[in-house]
Design a protein around this ligand. Sequence first.
Ligand code: 5AD
Ligand code: FES
Length: 354
Amino acid sequence: MKALLDKLYMQNSLEKDGIVYLLKNLDEEHKENLFEYSHKTRLKYYGNKVFMRGLVEFSNICKQDCLYCGIRVSNPGVERYRLMPDEILTCCQEGYQLGYRTFVLQSGEDFWYTEEILTDIIKRIKERFQDTAITLSIGERSEEVYRNLFKAGADRFLLRHETASRELYQKLHPTMDFDNRRDCLKTLKKIGYQVGAGFMVGLPGQRAEDLAEDLIFLKELEPDMIGIGPFIPHNATPLKDAIGGTVEDTLVMLAFTRLLVPDCLLPATTAMGTLNPKGREMALKAGANVAMPNLSPTNVRAKYELYENKICTGDEAAHCRQCIEKRINSVGFQVDMGRGDSFKYQKKCYNNKY
Ligand code: 5AD
Ligand code: FES
């Protein structure tokens, strides 16, 4: 087991068999070893910095029906909302004053926001806050729309692949297509976005082999960002009685990801903080280097309930900003309020310029 971990650490690669073996057999001692390696790797690439992104959840309306998600179209119990462009700008303004230089605009798949409306929002944000980066997290659109949003000024795009198992993906996403999702990620990358993929840990029926596939998929795609969180059952979904993922298992996946894609940006997700009050701190210690505090208006926060008991739903943006910084400092890291572009992207810019 130690030899496999050493290979993972020294070469940043491991074959599927080795990953599966480790996932099935890791004991406490080797887990500590894994976390030590992932922590060292993170320090080597990013030092003790944690990048901050301000998250604006601008609509909880979604046309998709993912079995795990609280805002799926067939959950009638959700009070739906849409923030208007002016309101989104106000959130960014508040975020800018708090020091954020990246805004993540996230929503359900809500086509009320047409290409024109999104373009307008992006341009207005970029005009007003020139030293910021915009990350979109709005689901699947056509290549043409992706292209035009990029031209309008969007820099990054988050689209988790959710699971690399075709069978599991199809079961969980009755209205979506496994191949299309992967094609979207490739298209986004081709267009020039900094791309974020990612998956959930502890989905019903997910085996060690499936998680190994997630890691292999990520290693091949080499995304700039990788969002990983535990699956948390929501009581108004078909998976309400399922057993959710655990913080422990998610930490292991974060550490593997840091080792296999060492230069990636890896958020300590809200889902981790929801399952354990120290979940995000634990994630940072296992290799995560991004925090995404909420900038959404407090009156809509509780309505963006992807899973149960989501944290921070009553907290003002300024409160989250302070809270997160304290948490980051408590485990020995420092906040970085810069744009926080990925290494790969910085290298690309450098090569293009010189
Ligand atoms: N538990 C954990 N994560 C979830 N997501 C959606 N629903 C849940 C849930 N019940 C994640 C998905 C999505 C991201 C925005 O939130 O991975 O891509
Ligand atoms: Fe929102 Fe701590 S991050 S209250």
